[in-house]
Design a protein around this ligand. Structure first.
Ligand code: WQD
Length: 337
């Protein structure tokens, strides 16, 4: 079965390509290399033994998207990762985000709408919940006013998919990720943040390697047990496996609704200080950090209610926070060796 993975050379995309190949899928990757490199193909092949077909393309080029689907007219399954995903950048450059995250989704859906049958997996985010009222967060928690253009593009994307489902043969699953961390246990692929990492774990591992002087902890005055903000950190391989399970559900017509939504997390919340202490344990070294003021736009707490993913999707995250951090640390050490 041939599957298109857009953004397939990115962090979550590349790990998902490996899991698709492990399940016998033939994978075609589209990526514009704006936030990744062709080197990732080597890592994927070193793990799975198969080099996926890769077409360098910018999905903002509508005619290129049309030509691609004409050439590969036997593609019925698409996992759509391609998007810009830096919250801060989206505030500074909203139109880049609306063009890149919305137009590209529209162009891909326009091609799938022409088909008698199509299965579409959308990379969404717990960011759509904003600061949810109740923890852990269930899929029917209300979507709240986006805190950034990035978050808004995920909300709009979900709405577009829902509307299109009513007038097409496209079956869709929206996967709302919590906080993806870690790297493949082989350390052949992992996270490759460009410039100064915005996210906590890559900043920690770079500080652990001495690439960063000190980690700034954004606030310890939140209403949480230790005052630092709480998130649900999920291993990227667990996340990747969920995509294969979701795609199979659609390909085998096991979906109950045309559009289904699943939270992908571990179900456990961890504070920033807990992550730091877990990292110190797995790296067997003290981490240099200091408490500073809160970061604009951050929420206090977000962790998933995983019942629906466990019971309906039939998927459960396996890795603990320490295992995830150990894989991130192994990866950081390898790429800096
Ligand atoms: C986690 C916690 C920070 C860096 C974002 C997006 C989300 C998804 C994941 C794309 C927070 C604290 C962080 C630092 C810190 N991205 N922190 N010092 O903000 O929960 O989620 O990334 O899909 O959509 O919103 O992740 O890793 O940036 O922050 O104290 O140097 O770590 O305040 O509490 P976040 P994060």
């Amino acid at each position: 079965m041939k599957v298109l993975v857009t953004g397939g050379l990115g962090f979550i995309g590349s790990h998902t390509v490996v899991e698709l190949q492990n399940e016998g899928f033939e994978v075609i990757i589209i990526d514009n290399l704006s936030n990744s490199s062709e080197e990732v193909l080597v890592g994927i092949e070193n793990i799975s033994g198969k080099k996926p077909v890769f077409e360098k393309m910018d999905l903002r080029e509508k005619n290129a998207v049309i030509s691609f689907f004409e050439k590969h007219n036997d593609i019925n399954g698409v996992i759509h990762f391609a998007a810009s995903k830096a919250v801060g950048e989206s505030v500074e450059n909203p139109l880049l985000y609306y063009e890149n995250n919305i137009n590209t989704l529209v162009y891909v859906l326009q091609e799938l709408q022409k088909k008698d049958d199509a299965s579409f997996i959308f990379s969404s985010s717990c960011t759509v919940y904003g600061q949810a009222e109740k923890m852990p967060i269930t899929e029917d928690a209300p979507v709240q006013m986006a805190m950034s253009p990035y978050g808004n593009t995920k909300q709009i994307g979900e709405e577009i998919i829902t509307e299109v489902a009513k007038v097409s043969n496209i079956k869709s699953i929206l996967l709302r990720y919590f906080n993806p961390i870690g790297a493949h246990p082989t350390a052949e692929i992992g996270e490759l943040p460009i410039g100064v990492p915005q996210n906590l774990v890559p900043f920690i591992t770079q500080t652990g390697m001495g690439l960063r002087q000190q980690l700034a902890v954004y606030g310890d005055d939140y209403p949480t047990p230790d005052g630092t903000a709480v998130r649900d950190y999920i291993h990227v391989v667990d996340l990747a496996k969920a995509h294969v399970v979701a795609l199979k559900r659609l390909l085998e017509n096991k979906n109950i609704d045309k559009v289904e939504t699943f939270n992908l997390g571990t179900g456990t919340g961890s504070s920033v200080l807990e992550v730091i202490h877990a990292f110190e344990k797995v790296s067997n070294q003290k981490l240099n950090y200091k408490i500073v003021g809160r970061r604009e736009g951050d929420i206090t707490s977000a962790y998933a209610n995983t019942d629906k993913a466990n019971e309906v999707l039939g998927w459960k995250a396996q890795s603990t926070l320490e295992e995830s951090l150990a894989s991130a640390w192994k990866w950081e050490q390898k790429i800096r060796a």
